[in-house]
Design a protein around this ligand. Structure first.
Ligand code: FES
Length: 109
């Protein structure tokens, strides 16, 4: 049985903040602006008063490096790739608020 605290949030968003040295050919999401994306997303959630329902978390490498910035939303298990800071508002409004995932950014289909 799940503890009450484990059921506290309706959604979790995990944003990859992994960082690799610039010379590493794999690249990383942090170099593509993932920290700003995470911070914007947190601000948008807070602005809407949803920070008790939706949790935005830092994640390590999600093993989708070539498609970074990568993130995944649970419990749906929707994966997004090549996310930019300009996409944050749409993901928040359409998916996190409206429960309509943003098809053009999905990498799990
Ligand atoms: S560095 Fe972000 S998915 Fe690997």
């Amino acid at each position: 049985m799940l503890k009450r605290t484990a059921m506290r949030y309706e959604k979790h968003v995990f944003v990859c903040l992994n960082e690799r040295p610039p010379e590493n050919p794999t690249g990383c999401c942090k170099a593509k602006g993932s920290e700003e994306i995470l911070n914007r997303m947190k601000e948008e959630i807070k602005k809407r008063g949803l920070n008790k329902k939706i949790r935005i978390n830092k994640a390590g490498c999600l093993d989708q490096c070539a498609k970074g910035v990568s993130m995944v939303v649970y419990p749906e298990g929707v994966w997004y790739g090549r996310v930019t800071k300009e996409d944050v508002g749409e993901i928040v409004e359409s998916h996190l608020v409206g429960n309509r995932p943003v098809s053009r950014l999905r990498t799990d289909q």
